[in-house]
Design a protein around this ligand. Sequence first.
Ligand code: GLU
Length: 515
Amino acid sequence: MSNRPVRVRFAPSPTGPLHIGGVRTALYNYLLARKLGGTMILRIEDTDQNRFVPGAEDYIRESLEWVGIELDESPWKGGPHAPYRQSERKPMYREYADQLIRDGYAYYAFDTPEELDAMRERLQAAKVPNPQYNSITRAQMRNSLTLPEDEVKQLLDSGAPYVIRLKVPRKEEVRFQDMIRGWVVVHSSAIDDKVLMKSDGMPTYHLANIVDDHLMDISHVIRGEEWLPSAPLHVLLYRYLGWEKTMPQFAHLPLLLKPDGTGKLSKRDGDRLGFPVFALEWHGTDAETGEPTVSRGYREEGYLPEALVNFLAFLGWNPGTAQEIFSMQELIEAFSIERVSKSPAKFDQNKVKWFNEHYLRAKSDAGLAPYLLGALAEHGLACDQAKAEQIVAVMKERVSFPQDFWQEARYFFEAPTSYDEQVVAKKWNPQVSAALAAYADALPDNSEPSANAEVLKALFTQTVEAQGMKPGQVLQALRVAATGAAAGPDLFETLAILGTGEVARRLRTAVERLG
Ligand code: GLU
């Protein structure tokens, strides 16, 4: 099917916030679609109404928008195969379940929950390792394969509750080629007779997913490894529905592991391990206590979407070169499924931070200034654009997140109220204090920035030497007196931005307070 138009889909279930693993799945689908000039579709798989979580769909939409994954067809945008929400497609699935029954590939099962429990208990007592409704156990159950035809008809006519199950063959090898894993072979005895249609007339994930992928003409199914065990069942469904020739190509992405590699990165891990596992903050409710919960999000913690995208792209894929920094456009050009690894990818929180620092520092001063200006406004402070740009320019090598600008640059707006104790203990003495007082006197006393860093430095050296000291003996004390902090960007740049009048005032205050 080499000439087949590329149509891929991301098919989340709105059962809660979208995990970053889901964002990665969406991203790989998107990269492939864009690379091959195909179509990116989003379908909401909401057939399991018990697990439906209000707000989850909007959250999925906002997450994808934030990272820059554009959808060509979706519930929100529409498209030629609308509707794109399975709950709205409910009437479309029944005929395929009926077709499977007619062709002998599926059957009605009338077992009550109690009867199913009894079966499980019987099998457990007989030490059957994995009790299932399957090609062997179905013979002892109440279904259209075991009951007489007239009884089946009568049950159906009387409206007795039933489900429709797939009739999985007892001894058959099911094989398919996965684009990442190569040939996957599973014996049908390992597959149970999955429910395709529930008693409320809703299809299950398996039936709805296959029917929709077929009707939406999906060419590639790219999804997480957790769906690999379902794939043989899906292959059987394609075959039994007569759609095997147009079956999509499968690509099951590698698992995402916790940073220490001890297991799958789960939705709960973020809060436990100290980093977000969601693109956006999620406000939910604790399943047990019903209390409101807040889960951390990359966006709210100051990550740039470019950084998260670049990081996620590398969790399972690499370009085969040393290049690590890729814009979305560059990823589209470089991406290929062939370079997706089948080994699990370990989450690395330092790496995502490293990407963030890169993308933050790559921004222009004018692009960074709003971060500082926004924080200033929140604190009832103000400064002009030019000064904000000067500050972010000297600070940007020192910050990892936009909010750090305010944390790190606070002293530009507020005179220190305390002084780094270690520096004071080690570097402050009456001689140093006198040198700083002399420097304060030597500074031109106007409140606006009036001198550049070079001039201020030359004046400092001159003043300190005139006091019989070396600049190195006084430098750290100067920083502490002017900013309160032990470290920071270039000191004389800092003083130039503060302005000589302000620096002189701060030095005099420090001399007075520290003696
Ligand atoms: N609805 C499934 C999920 O929530 C989709 C799996 C698939 O892509 O087939 O992940």
